[in-house]
Write a protein that binds this ligand. Sequence first.
Ligand code: THU
Length: 134
Amino acid sequence: MTDDRPHDLFEAAREAMAKAHAPYSRFPVGAAIRDTDGNIHAGANIEVISFPEGWCAETTAIGHMIMAGASRIAEVAVIAEKLDLCSPCGGCRQRLAEFSAPDTLIHLCDAEGVKKTVRMDELLPLAFQTETIG
Ligand code: THU
């Protein structure tokens, strides 16, 4: 079961961060998603020499979740080696929101574990959403 400070999710994010390919920013990030079935999907940021073509840890983790056949996020942990409480960027907030509920939890970490938890609707208030598209 999950609690307010899920250490398994933190550890999965930290292990993923060790696989970051971030030779340009030298800013490794790890993210781990627990889907609503309880399974964990992790990812790291992956950069390329054409700088805008890289992507974030959260995006890698979402890709793994989708390819595993899951689609709903219960909670996410994010860790960055060089920034305590690293918060998902704007683009990743929208990507996470696509697969989240308003009460999906986003756990921000330091080197020791989860240090701050916010809800998706706190992380991305006034999110872009419309029934016009789908
Ligand atoms: N980055 C992430 O992976 N997730 C975030 O939430 C913030 C930023 C990455 C993108 C880039 O590879 C590096 O951190 C520096 O911006």
